[in-house]
Ligand binder design. Structure first.
Ligand SMILES: Cc1cc2nc3c(=O)[nH]c(=O)nc-3n(C[C@H](O)[C@H](O)[C@H](O)COP(=O)(O)O)c2cc1C
Length: 305
């Protein structure tokens, strides 16, 4: 049998394979974006950037827990204007579709951020409306009105694909996905991290300087898979899975739940950039063993009852 086809098309963007990095794990500089591109990804996402520079939260910002990491990085970034030149330099090196992730503190900031970046030859944008530990950002994805306004504003600023990254902390993930689709989103990313906290026994206070954090890694996977499954049943736009993917088996679970592509974050910290080639070769071998010629045949199969 010929090698199974791993190419995917996401809202008109062609990816040579379905693997992406999750926003915020590398992707803040042209150097780290170039390193990611060499690791064999199908498309890349930048760290989330906002209108103004932010130093992020004081240390400690990351703590390891059983099953994952809890981080409260606080969205450190150089601000859009300074970031533009990093993106331009990255685009001259990477030769892969690049999505820029943006965040805002009000719905209007999303449209403004996308408008300011709209001349860059990027593939599209990811709207981070779901950071669980920076006050004001997660609240946008948590309110149907604010979410609608943010997505509509971004939609009015660009004709390029817009992916909306939602939170697993919502009462109804499916409803938020529906609102995003209605407001003009071209895809859903499921999911950001779970709002969480770790207590320092010695200090008798929250361990992270930012108090609240976001849980990523293996412990997030069943939650995020459920979000992908619900979104797949609710919207027609593609769903990109994200949360706790370490191996090809994890990725296959996401495809079966309805993801068209997947993003990998925390696993990069544990397994290095080789994790992407490992997942790709495992995926290819799995499809071949199952006699499937194309990855698309796996997408959503868990919904057949
Ligand atoms: C250190 C760290 C920084 C992150 N920064 C961002 C960010 O800037 N924007 C964003 O949308 N998500 C951010 N995330 C969330 C990840 O993109 C991803 O949604 C989450 O970690 C789940 O995937 P994983 O289990 O593969 O890490 C960050 C996660 C971590 C661990």
């Amino acid at each position: 049998m010929v090698k199974p086809c791993l190419q995917v098309e996401l809202a008109g963007v062609k990816l040579e394979n379905p693997l992406m990095n999750a926003s915020g794990i590398l992707g803040l500089t042209s150097y780290s974006l170039a390193r990611l591109a060499e690791a064999g990804l199908g498309a890349l996402v930048t760290k989330s950037v906002g209108l103004k520079p932010r130093p992020g939260s004081p240390n400690p910002t990351v703590v390891e827990v059983p099953g994952g990491l809890v981080n409260s990085m606080g969205l450190p970034n150089p601000g859009l204007e300074a970031f533009k030149s990093e993106v331009e330099e990255a685009l001259s090196k990477i030769g892969k579709p690049l999505f820029v992730s943006v965040f805002g503190f009000s719905p209007g900031e999303y449209g403004e951020a996308v408008r300011k970046l709209s001349r860059l030859p990027v593939a599209g944008f990811e709207l981070n409306v779901s950071c669980p530990h920076v006050g004001g950002v997660g609240e946008i994805g948590g309110s149907p009105e604010a979410l609608r306004e943010a997505v509509k504003g971004a939609r009015a600023s660009t004709g390029k694909p817009l992916f909306v990254k939602l939170s697993p902390n919502l009462t109804s993930f499916a409803e938020a996905a529906r609102v995003a689709e209605e407001a003009g989103a071209d895809g859903i990313v499921a999911t950001n991290t779970v709002r969480s906290m770790v207590i320092d026994l010695e200090a008798e206070r929250p361990l992270l300087a930012g108090v609240y954090g976001g849980l990523s890694g293996a412990a997030l996977k069943p939650v995020a898979i459920r979000c992908v499954y619900e979104a797949y049943e609710t919207v027609k736009i593609p769903v990109v899975g994200c949360g706790g993917i370490f191996t090809w088996r994890d990725a296959v679970e996401y495809f079966m739940a309805g993801a068209s592509a997947v993003q990998v974050g925390t696993a990069i910290a544990y397994r290095g950039l080789e994790v992407f080639r490992d997942i790709l070769s495992g995926l290819s071998a799995y499809l071949e063993a199952k006699g499937l010629d194309d990855l698309s045949r796996l997408v959503g199969v868990a919904h057949k009852r």
